[in-house]
Write a protein that binds this ligand. Structure first.
Ligand code: SAH
Length: 476
């Protein structure tokens, strides 16, 4: 059935020529722990100068990831660039710096030059699975706008819009609510010039001024602006922010402690270095690095039971800073944010993963050719927001399944099923189960590795809202 579906219209094609759903980023288990296959120790040690701090790196804790290929292939520009950073700094870089370069290096970052989504790309996301996803986010946005007192002007911000599919479905789905669509100024925060172009196409934009990165979407007659960061989006206007699968792309630092080291060395940071064989490898810093400040902060939000069990911890300072910026805006300008991503309502231990062409690959292998992503630490978002502004409240997380179910996806799928042929109906049901189901969608057969797994419970939804607006649907 799956193979048949690959050659037939998916639920997306009721509105646009989409690509059948394949694997979501959360549909496979995380790559196995790197520390499981230590290399023989080496006696080297290096000192690294970071602004304000000296980090000495103990190269005796070297790890070669399992399955890491040592075949010599020609070095890409990004590999040369990463090696140069490590060489000129005379020491390793953090996993966070590696991740940031791999994903968003202006010349060769994974996202920067191509469409990475769908069957021909590397992974699939919910908006690409079914039009119903963007439509349900549209329902949520209109409800919040009502709760905000129907403001005449709203900045609707999407962080990391990918192909622009979610926003296009949101605008089509809400087009009947004229007062709402007329209030909108859309602001897309996107670092990739290639994806900005795709968003421009998919939102059916006509150019107003390409110099100012501004256009009009003919889907709803709304102005659309592009920015590289949230800070660039004008403030002082009620704001609704959507972040779907954006946080998982933000860089993470990885820390590690072993019971022996707990007392003597404390938390060591895992870093990326170049070995004598010229291959990337992981090393551990012998003592805490500057990023450990964020680790300490995160640990204050952990329960005593959580703290006791910790041996590996992943921290995303960029996620904490972004959340603070969002919360300050929402606190002062009114509005709210919706964050949907795969992650946990707990501290994250070791989740960084690399996906190329719908398969897990090694994190250090051919950087720039595979997506890197990490589980989202939802409690850290909640605490960062609450710390940044007294005027916001945070609700959730709840599962994607509960979120979409409460917003009425069942009614929407029934309505769409009334007006489609058998093939479209099959694809619609498949898309529905992939969005809300857990485990394999019941009517999908085929080889296990090709069977999509539901995103219903792996993906979580959380909202940050201005306190004056009460609790938004469906978080009450
Ligand atoms: N929300 C989309 C795409 C998710 S992939 C969907 O669900 O289909 C992550 C998106 O965030 C991509 O568009 C990527 O180019 C963008 N992105 C990643 N890191 C970014 C950063 N630091 N600044 C701006 N955009 C970023």
């Amino acid at each position: 059935m799956l193979r048949k579906l690959l050659t037939q219209p998916s639920s997306r094609r009721l509105l646009s020529s989409g690509i059948p759903p394949l694997f979501s980023k959360s549909s496979l288990s995380p790559f196995s722990s790197l520390s499981s296959s230590p290399e023989p120790p080496s006696s080297e040690s290096t000192t690294v100068e970071h602004p304000g701090t000296t980090i000495s790196v103990d190269r005796s804790s070297l790890y070669t990831p399992p399955e890491h290929s040592h075949e010599s292939t020609p070095e890409t520009e990004l590999v040369k660039h990463l090696k140069n950073i490590i060489k000129f700094r005379d020491g390793p870089i953090s996993v966070a710096e590696y991740m940031e370069e791999v994903l968003t290096n202006p010349k060769a970052g994974f996202y920067m030059n191509r469409d990475v989504f769908g069957a021909q790309g590397d992974f699939i996301t919910s908006p690409e699975v079914s039009q119903m996803f963007g439509e349900m986010i549209g329902v949520w946005t209109v409800c919040l706008w009502e709760q905000m007192g129907r403001p005449e002007r709203v900045n609707l911000v999407e962080l990391g819009p990918g192909r622009g599919t979610l926003m296009a479905d949101l605008l089509r789905g809400t087009s009947k609510f004229k007062n709402f669509t007329e209030s909108l100024h859309i602001h897309l925060v996107e670092c990739s010039p290639a994806l900005q172009k795709l968003q421009h196409q998919n939102l059916k934009c006509t150019d107003e001024s390409s110099l100012e990165k501004k256009a009009i979407s003919s889907l709803a007659g709304t102005p659309v602006h592009w920015h590289a960061t949230l800070e660039e989006v004008p403030s002082g206007v009620p704001t609704i922010i959507i972040a779907h699968e954006f946080y998982d792309a933000l860089p993470v630092h990885q820390f590690q402690t072993q019971s022996l080291q707990k007392s003597s060395r404390g938390w060591c940071e895992k870093m990326v270095d170049v070995g004598e064989d010229s291959q990337f490898r992981f090393v551990l810093s012998p003592q805490p690095t500057p990023a450990a400040l964020y680790l300490m902060k995160r640990c204050t939000w952990a329960t005593p039971e959580e703290r006791e069990k910790l041996e590996h911890v992943e921290i995303s300072p960029k996620s904490m800073d972004l959340t603070q910026e969002m919360a300050k805006r929402i606190g002062s300008d009114g509005g709210g944010a919706l964050i949907i991503d795969y992650g946990m309502n707990a501290i994250i231990s070791d989740s960084l993963q690399a996906i190329r062409k719908h398969k897990f690959v090694n994190i250090l292998d051919d950087p720039g050719s595979a997506d890197l992503s990490a589980y989202v630490d939802f409690p850290s978002i909640k605490h960062s927001a609450e710390e940044a502004s007294e005027n916001v409240s945070v609700h959730g997380p709840m599962t994607q399944s509960q979120f979409l179910g409460s917003l009425g996806i069942n009614f929407r799928v029934d309505a769409l099923l009334q007006n489609c042929n058998d093939e479209q109906a099959e694809s619609l049901r498949a898309g529905y189960w992939q969005l809300v189901g857990d485990g394999e969608a019941p009517f999908w057969e085929g080889p296990h590795e090709q069977t999509p797994i539901g995103m219903g419970t792996r993906y979580l939804a959380m909202t940050i809202v201005n306190k004056n607006q009460g609790i938004p649907a469906p978080f009450q």
